[in-house]
Structures are given as structure tokens and as C-alpha cells.
Design a protein around this ligand. Structure first.
Ligand code: SF4
Length: 613
């Protein structure tokens, strides 16, 4: 059966060095196999790396950045505002991607393309502007050093319209901080794996987009019927209203009680003062509004304002759970206003809150343990809960000042400079770990270790299930669950939708096969979509192994094996190294990869073929 609709079958390719752009066709075969979003990005990156014999500097002009929404982005499908950024990561040196919500991807699609790829480097700080007819590289050196929000305002002023969407970097991206984010819609971020540094390395302060084309849908009536069923299910869910009220902030209490909340740089899994930085505190004194991505009834964004005290006037969206945990309990900070200030600094400067929070937590512990000296800290001591120093360190990272210059290069650079810091850094493959302590559940440890971008929970988040139900689980159960999640969760990024309606409200994943079939006119089952997603996981593994990654890189942070969790419901938990290696063997076996985690040699041939053929 043909793909009748759902795509424009076009990619816009921009070469900033040459100052050229071309609209290239994309074939039905490419669409059918890679679906969109991260699938398109992985295949385009693979082709590009093969062409360059896998010798590309992530921060050099030859790195290819792909920005791709999915076929469901901007449709009537619930929570359909997602877009993927894909490139070789400057943070890890391997495959990287990050998805952003809001409305950017919809506007991008409305210019009549399914993906944007960017190569080269502009001669000076510029903004890439595109609409349905033209693509322009506009020099705007006056944006240098501007915060994300300031820059967005100046770009709209220069282009004489507010009817555009802007993806922008802050000073951190310009200064090539390896975990710099790309921000859009004020405070939606592509935070992970350093996509902001890639824009910075290309001398691109921003991408501004204006589009008005109708999005192609094969069966609008059928899509609306399917979507109505999903919206009705969500509206009637017992947690729906709570979600609208608190969003991901409700996870703070849960994680602390379950003993998986990062506390004092993952020494503890429970924060005794969690009540000071939880959803109730936010609702009681800070929340002033809701925000949502495109077509999202859950509206999980919380707009917060500090109304009094030292941080008065700070206004930010969120922080959501990851940010609140990594910049709150992980630093021993129990002042919600200070956490909001840390979050808004990361938004202004354009930095990933998980990586920044994790690195600062490790610095505090490193100093406490005597691994770092006062001189290493530029003569300024730091301790748990030291809000002022934490804020200063965030600024120093973005500006690459003093110790901030090393921290700006991420965990791998910190270990190179101070090898003993490995004992306190919580990272896999150079990506600082998300805010769930994997010592509580070995399936989560496996998920972090085998994630294609490093320790990020969005590839497979199995921790709650194992903590709650996993008493009699076998390694078979763990490996199967991780592999299933690693197919299903990245599928959302391929389709261009948010996974939270599935995770938090239990929206059945089979709805997504129905949405895809209605949009494209191409009848697929969920199992068929999962197979395609699994193939993309093989592809990203192939990219990583070609870049030199092997089993030794599927390694957990030092602490996860060496230091049991100290307090709370998971006190004493640690991951036994030998048992973990056995689990890893089983996982590789189920994946069809060899003992070193390398996919079969003939697999590469399956990914040949040009996207245009
Ligand atoms: Fe965006 Fe939250 Fe809705 Fe997901 S649930 S689409 S992150 S507003």
C-alpha cells in the first residue's frame, strides 16, 4: 500500500559555508522505513558519516544537524508538538538527539518540508530564516552574548513580525558549552546532548521559521474521530486534573518516597525537606499560569513567579521534575525560589539543567571529599545548599570562566583533568544521568548503560515498574522490558508526539498506529511501527560502534557499583557488577549483537540507499 499523505516528501538542505540551500526530494521508501523525527535524523546522519568515513569533529563545520518533526506533528493528534534535533554530539562524541516541544515543528512543517538539514559554518553570527519560498542567512552580530529571550525578541523586531517561531541559543551555545540547549517558545528546550553547541559552532544564533501551508492528512474525519476518543479517555482519567495542576512536579514526592530522588549528588534517594520544593509548594506560592505544547490537553507546563525575597521577579516555566531534582535536592537546596532562579538562569543562558545540575552536584561532593582544592574552585568554597555559589557556577559555565571552563566541556573533560572525580560524576558515555537513581532497579541501570545517547531516561524508563512490581522479576523480564521501551519510547520521537499521555495517563500505545494510519493512509499495526523503531535503534548502535564504542562504554557510573544508597526506602541498594555484566550479556543476545555489543557486520548493508532514491 502507498503512503498517500502525511508528508511533503521534501527536505530542505542548507550549506552555511557556501550560503546555499536546496529542497531535495525524499523517497517513499525512506519515509516508510524511517517514519520521521529521530528516524529521519539517524539515517541522514549515518549516510553523512559513511561519506566522511566517520571522521567528523562534532563542533566542526562538517557535522550535520538535522531538525525533523514527525508526520503527526501539528495534527489533531493529542500532544503533537514534538520535533527532534539530531547530530553527532559534542558532549559524548557519539550519536546525539534531543526533542523539543512547543510549536517550532509545526511551523517548520508548514513551510512544506519534512526535515531541515544544516551543514557548514556561517562567516559571522547569523540567523537562518526560512519560509515557504525563501531561505536566508541573515548576519546578526548584534545578537552576540544575548540571552535566549532577548535574542528572540530582537529577531522578531528585525524581521518585523511576531508571526514566526524561533529556535535560539544563549551565551552557552555561543561559547560551545557541550551541553548547551536550543530553546523555543520561551522555555521549551532541546536540552540533551549539546545541540545548542552545534548551532554555536555553525555561527547560528537562531533559526526563525514562518510557514502557513496546510499539513497533509489522508483521512481528516478518521483522524478526528480517533483523536476525540483519545482526548475523551484522557479527560476522564483520575489523574488528568492533577496533571494540569502540577505537571511533572508531582514526581518530586513520589521519587523521594520511593527512594530514587537524586539527593546530595546521588548519595541519598530521599530528601527529608522535599516538602519545601514539591508541587504543593509551587501551587501554594509560585504558580501563576499553565502552558502547553501544541494540541496538549495535559498542559504540564507551570509558569511560576517569585513574588518576594531575594529572587523577587524571577519568572520561569517550570521547573519540571528533572530540573527541580537536579538543581534542588541534588544540591541540597530546599528553597523553591532558589531552584526557580537556577532554572531561569539555565533558560536564559541556554544550558541543559540535568547536565549542569549533575556537574555542580559532583563539584560540591568533589570538594567535600578533598578531590578538588580551593584553588580548583577559583578560591571560592562551595557546600550543599549554597544557592549563591550554585548560581555563580551556572554563570561561570556559560561564560567559560575559571572552573566553569572545564565544567563546560562536561564530565569527560572533568575526568581528564581530575581523574578521581570519576568517583562522584554520575554519567554514562559522557552524558550526565537523568534524575532517577538506577541503584534501585537493575532494569533502569541496564536502560541507562545501553541508551544510544548516554544516561537519559527517555529511552527506557523502567524504574517505577521495577520498584513497584519487580520483586520476582528475572533478568529475562528486565532485558525484555528495556528492549520494548527502547523501541516504543523513541517511536514517539519518530512520530513527533509527546510520550506523557501514554506514560502518565496510560493512553494505549495502539492509538498511535491508528493516528499514523489515518494521517498517511498507510495502514500499519503498532508491531510494525515498533519494528521500524527497533531498526533505528540498531542503526544508532551501528553509528556508535563505528565511532569506536564497545561494551566497555556501556558502563555505569562508579557510584552505582561502589556506594550503596544511604537513606530512605532504597537504603543499601547497589548494583552488583558481576550480576550486571550477566544482564548485559542477555540483553546483547536478545538484540542479536555480539559479546562486545556490536551488531552483525552485514547489518550496515540494510541501511544503504539514498533518501532520494
Ligand atoms: Fe508538552 Fe507537557 Fe503536553 Fe508533553 S504533556 S506535550 S511536555 S505540555
Amino acid at each position: 500500500m502507498d503512503i498517500r499523505s502525511g508528508y511533503f516528501k521534501k527536505r530542505l538542505h542548507v550549506d552555511l559555508t557556501e550560503g546555499t540551500s536546496r529542497r531535495l526530494p525524499i523517497s517513499e521508501e525512506f519515509i516508510r522505513r524511517y517514519i520521521g523525527g529521530r528516524g529521519f535524523g539517524a539515517k541522514l546522519l549515518w549516510d553523512h558519516l559513511v561519506k566522511h568515513d566517520f571522521r567528523i569533529d562534532p563542533l566542526g563545520p562538517d557535522n550535520l544537524l538535522v531538525i525533523a518533526p514527525g508526520p503527526l506533528t501539528g495534527t489533531y493528534c493529542p500532544s503533537s508538538g514534538k520535533t527532534s534535533f539530531v547530530a553527532l554530539s559534542p558532549q559524548t562524541g557519539i550519536y546525539g538527539d534531543s526533542s523539543i516541544g512547543g510549536t517550532l515543528g509545526i511551523e517548520l512543517r508548514q513551510t512544506g518540508i519534512d526535515a531541515l538539514s544544516i551543514l557548514g559554518r556561517a562567516p559571522q553570527l547569523s540567523v537562518l530564516f526560512l519560509d515557504e519560498e525563501q531561505t536566508q542567512i541573515l548576519p546578526m552580530p548584534e545578537l552576540a552574548g544575548k540571552s535566549c529571550l532577548e535574542a528572540e525578541g530582537m529577531i522578531k523586531e528585525r524581521l518585523g513580525t511576531h508571526e514566526i517561531k524561533v529556535a535560539v541559543i544563549g551565551p552557552a551555545g555561543e561559547n560551545l558549552v557541550r551541553f548547551a540547549s536550543v530553546n523555543a517558545d520561551w522555555s521549551r528546550n532541546a536540552g540533551r546532548t549539546g545541540m545548542g553547541a552545534i548551532l554555536g559552532s555553525k555561527n547560528l544564533k537562531a533559526i526563525a521559521v514562518r510557514g502557513s501551508k496546510d499539513l497533509p492528512v489522508a483521512d481528516i474525519r478518521g483522524l478526528m474521530d480517533e483523536a476525540e476518543k483519545a482526548f475523551a479517555y484522557m479527560r476522564n482519567h483520575k489523574y488528568f486534573k492533577m496533571w494540569q495542576r502540577e505537571g511533572l512536579m508531582m514526581v518530586m514526592e513520589y521519587a523521594s518516597a520511593a527512594g530514587i530522588l537524586p539527593t546530595y549528588n546521588f548519595k541519598d534517594g530521599t530528601f527529608p525537606r522535599v516538602g519545601h520544593i514539591n508541587g504543593d509548594t509551587m501551587l501554594g506560592g509560585y504558580k501563576i499560569g499553565d502552558s502547553a505544547c501544541f494540541a496538549c490537553a495535559m498542559a504540564c507546563g507551570n509558569i511560576c513567579l517569585v513574588k518576594q525575597g531575594r529572587y523577587v521577579g524571577t519568572v520561569t516555566e517550570g521547573p519540571e521534575y528533572e530540573t527541580c531534582a537536579m538543581l534542588g535536592s541534588n544540591h541540597g537546596v530546599d528553597n523553591y525560589a532558589a531552584v526557580l532562579r537556577s532554572a531561569s538562569l539555565c533558560d536564559e543562558l541556554g544550558m541543559d539543567t540535568i547536565s549542569a545540575g549533575s556537574l555542580i552536584g559532583a563539584v560540591i561532593e568533589g570538594y567535600e571529599k578533598g578531590i578538588l582544592s580551593l584553588e580548583d574552585l577559583d578560591g571560592q568554597p562551595i557546600t550543599w545548599g549554597d544557592e549563591e555559589r550554585i548560581h555563580e557556577l551556572l554563570r561561570k559555565i556559560a561564560r567559560r570562566e575559571g572552573i566553569g571552563n572545564t565544567l563546560a566541556d562536561g564530565s569527560l573533560a572533568v575526568i581528564r583533568r581530575w581523574p578521581e572525580m570519576e568517583q562522584v560524576l554520575i554519567q554514562v558515555k559522557g552524558l550526565e544521568q537523568s534524575a532517577y537513581d538506577s541503584r534501585a532497579a537493575s532494569s533502569m541501570a541496564l536502560a541507562y548503560a545501553t541508551s544510544d545517547i548516554g544516561a537519559h531516561h527517555t529511552r527506557a524508563w523502567t524504574i517505577a515498574k521495577e520498584v513497584e512490581q519487580g520483586k520476582n522479576w528475572t533478568d529475562e523480564d528486565r532485558a525484555d522490558l528495556v528492549i520494548y521501551h527502547q523501541s516504543l519510547r523513541p517511536l514517539f520521537d519518530m512520530l513527533g508526539v509527546c510520550r506523557l499521555p501514554w506514560i502518565e495517563l496510560g493512553l494505549n500505545e495502539r492509538h498511535y498506529a491508528a493516528f499514523y494510519s489515518r494521517v498517511t493512509g498507510y495502514q500499519v499495526t503498532l508491531d510494525q511501527l515498533l519494528e521500524k523503531s527497533r531498526a533505528v535503534y540498531d542503526l544508532t548502535r551501528l553509528i556508535n560502534t563505528r565511532l569506536g564504542m564497545t561494551r566497555k562504554d556501556d558502563a555505569l557510573p562508579y557510584k552505582v557499583h561502589a556506594n550503596p544508597i544511604r537513606t530512605g526506602a532504597t537504603a543499601g541498594k547497589v548494583i552488583d557488577r558481576a550480576a550486571f555484566e550477566k544482564l548485559l550479556d542477555l540483553y546483547y543476545q536478545k538484540r542479536g549483537w555480539d559479546h562486545n555489543g556490536v551488531p552483525p557486520a552485514n547489518l550496515a548493508a540494510a541501511f544503504s540507499g539514498s533518501p532520494e532514491d
